[in-house]
Design a protein around this ligand. Structure first.
Ligand code: DOR
Ligand code: ZN
Length: 360
């Protein structure tokens, strides 16, 4: 048995809005005391400090039946070419939003209003954010170059130049490189990672799987996410980064719910893995595979909140060995369905969980 002396924290999660939000928030609130919530909510995105306020209230309302007042959502803002630096600073100082998220247009779900790598370097928000110490969260992919579409497997490594240039131009900017998946980004983090200033998050699926799993049996839509799973060499580099005991690396599930009709369809497949229901189980399994369960607590509970200026939340979580599988789909109000990661109608194809967290 492994014991965590703090409650987990998810440094990167998608809740959406409305019925989907009401369905998924409780899963995160059952395992985490807080989370950094992404702003690509589409109808519309979280564009202003007031949007962030309303969004936070919607999340609190949904978490209330599960944990009362005890859930802490750190809402982030969606950086567009037009976002006013004055609004950014105002919302940060008032505690309405806790970072700005960069989505290169076309790189991922609901990213079209975002900022491309080449335009980011001169965005007027950056000097202001560097000055006030506000985190810039990056979706680190270049998906279009010289008018051409970039191969999905190359998109993340091509963003590393932008990361280096950002640090060169704004040495005090606080950066979070979200969901590291490529060995080039892992190498960047090993060189430039700095607790409190240059940090990164890592998903469970990028620790447990690589592109061989994505292409198994033809194609696995429920392992398809942005950035795409890479080859084993990259996965190994990401595992080394996650389990290396670095204070600048934390768990960010990137749990991203899409209804089954958007993932299981004749053409197109929405990107995202919904994993919030088994966050602790999946990370425990990945760390156990690497013989690094002793590094799990800092990764899951301490490093994430620290970057956002928060102390870890004391509590006891016993992680016990216990084999099980997810045994049901999730119904969304209004008739949609959500497939929780791991569930399969054929039990022989369901993901085999090896751990279970017991919260005290
Ligand atoms: O797979 C992903 N899904 N990656 C992202 O960056 C966004 C997310 C979503 O919102 O669905
Ligand atoms: Zn995300």
């Amino acid at each position: 048995m492994t014991t965590l002396n703090y409650i987990p924290f998810d440094s990167h999660v998608h809740f959406r809005r409305g019925a989907m939000l009401r369905t998924v928030v409780p899963y995160t609130a059952r395992q985490c005391w807080g989370a950094v919530v992404m702003p690509n909510t589409a109808t519309p995105h979280i564009l202003t400090p007031d949007d962030a306020d309303a969004y936070r209230n919607e999340i609190l309302f949904a978490s209330h039946p599960v944990v009362g007042e005890n859930f802490v959502p750190l809402v982030t803002g969606y950086l567009t070419p037009k976002t006013d630096p004055i609004d950014i600073a105002h919302g940060y100082k008032k505690g309405k939003w806790h970072g700005m998220k960069v989505y290169p247009p076309g790189a991922t779900t609901h990213s079209n209003e975002g900022v491309a790598a080449r335009d980011l370097l001169t965005h007027p928000a950056l000097p202001v954010m560097a000055d006030i110490g506000m985190p810039l969260l990056l979706h680190p992919e270049v998906n279009a170059l010289h008018g051409d579409i970039v191969d999905p497997y190359d998109r993340e490594r091509l963003f590393v130049d932008t990361l280096e240039e950002l640090l060169y131009r704004y040495p005090t900017l606080r950066l979070s490189v979200e969901h590291v998946t490529d060995e080039a980004t892992a190498r960047f983090m090993m060189s430039y990672g700095k607790t409190g200033q240059v940090v990164c998050t890592i998903t469970a699926q990028h620790l447990l799987f690589d592109r061989r799993d994505l292409h198994e049996d033809g194609w696995q839509p429920h392992l398809f996410c942005y950035p795409i799973l890479k080859r084993k060499k990259s996965r190994d580099a990401v595992i080394a980064l996650a389990t290396g005991g670095f204070g600048f690396v934390s768990a960010g599930t990137d749990s991203a719910p899409h209804p089954t009709h958007a993932k299981e369809r004749a053409a197109g497949c929405a990107g995202g893995v919904f994993s919030a229901h088994i966050m602790v189980e999946l990370y425990a399994q990945a760390f156990a595979n690497a013989g690094a369960l002793d590094k799990l607590e800092a990764f899951l509970c301490v490093n994430g909140p620290r970057f956002y200026g928060l102390k870890p939340c004391p509590g006891t979580v016993n992680i016990v060995e216990s084999a099980r599988a997810i045994d049901a789909m999730i119904a969304i109000e209004g008739g949609d369905k959500l497939r929780p990661f791991g569930f399969h109608e054929d039990p022989s194809k369901a993901f085999k969980l090896r751990y279970r967290p017991i919260f005290h």
